[in-house]
Ligand binder design. Sequence first.
Ligand code: ZN
Length: 513
Amino acid sequence: MFLPVALAVAAIGHAKADSVPAAPAALSYSIDLNRRTDDLFHVTLRVSGLGPGNAVYQFASTAPGTYQVMNIGRYVKTFEAFDARGRRVPAERLAVNQWRLSEPARVRTIRFAVSETWDSPLDRPIYKMCGTSIEADHVLINPHAVLGYPEGLQATPVRLRLAYPAAWTVGSALKRGPDGVFVADSYDQLVDSPILLGRLSRARLTVTGVPIDVYAYSRTDKIKASQLLGAMSGMLNAAGRFLGKLPIDRYTFLYHFGEENAGAWEHSFSSEYVLEEAEFSDSVGQGVTDIAAHEFFHIVTPLNIHSEIIEHFNFVTPVPSQHLWLYEGTTEWAAHVMQLRAGLKTPEAYLQTLIRKMQVDLRAFDSTYSLRELALTSYSDSGQAQYGNIYMRGALTAGLLDIRLLELSKGQRGLQDLVGDLTRRYGKRRAFPDSSLVDTLVAMTHPEIRDFFDRYVWESERLPVKDYYAKLGLTLIEDEHGLPVRFDLDPNPTDAQRILREAWLGRKPKASS
Ligand SMILES: [Zn+2]
């Protein structure tokens, strides 16, 4: 869905008003996961103090970081409300994601049943890593795909009690009370934390003082959490060095290895992966590490650098932000370049990744779509068809921005430094205005950067990959159709090229006094 700016702004104001609770109601959920044969989550909500402003129970239309319309109400099979004596309080369906309670003040219990998304044959299915699954030996819960909230109570604390087999292991970044109940400060925090439970393996590592947990479900036990952690530990330490200090106090990786390669989804303190199971090998480990590096780097953006559209998330109506180039493009660039700069990837391997991204951009996507347009239309069908290019052209663009920044500062400050500055300037609780970020970036760097954004983010000029990498003494070789084949490293770069190449490899020149 595309929203013009005026509508988007109106929607933001609406979400802000919603997040102020009208009544001090507590939301206490329980889900019985011992009942698993009907592919339904049987949810009970105990609540009191609902007022007229809380009459509409809202399921999520989308969720942060997915850029996909989900309409979770489609999966809701039954919805009933009861008073203190167990008598029905009528509830009617208003819209795909909304039920209205006829007398909210009387309601003490709401019961609903929600289908797991993986086994629901619906048109426009939601991404598996954003969905839910109930099986004999494990359950995946992305809370936004099971639970909603009464209108006006998006910011109210939530308690979630899960009943499940005693032998199961539970992986989640959600905090738990002494009684084992999951607790969240708000709906936003709840849906920021997927839960994977069942027959899982687990492993732990500490990076710059931050505990990192890995939980893995592997359908036929081919892959263990300890193997994944072994493969990722170099990357995690490189991320610590790349960022100086990790902007988190804990982190949890949740892996599901089954029949399908669906992808991964980032959160503030965790990420969830749905990948195809295979015998573990070095190449499987590297593939997992590349995806994990991407998701892990999201702790920087959008989680610590984001616009107000993400800060005050609107679960009722999807509202796009134009800065997908930052959230996804820069993240994908960082996932690979931090491994290059740590020596975990050779320049040749890194450059080959760029070649693949250029080939996919040129062959599979519409070259007239700018990154901004891609972002603003991400909730529409036409935008969804181009969305995947944010991982290709978006990442390539971030790489060029890095080279331009290094060039303008004679190798002193690139995109890595700018990202660090932005993290310090904004952070988790301070959003940037969606409309003025580029002005801020120009003010923080060089006037020439505005022209870069005009051409390659706002517009869709063909990326000057050949010219920019030539500044590093790297020659892009193309075939007779103009498609990229490989980069050749000039063994005798000029002094200027050598300085930029060293900076690009993470070795900065000493600042002259
Ligand atoms: Zn991402």
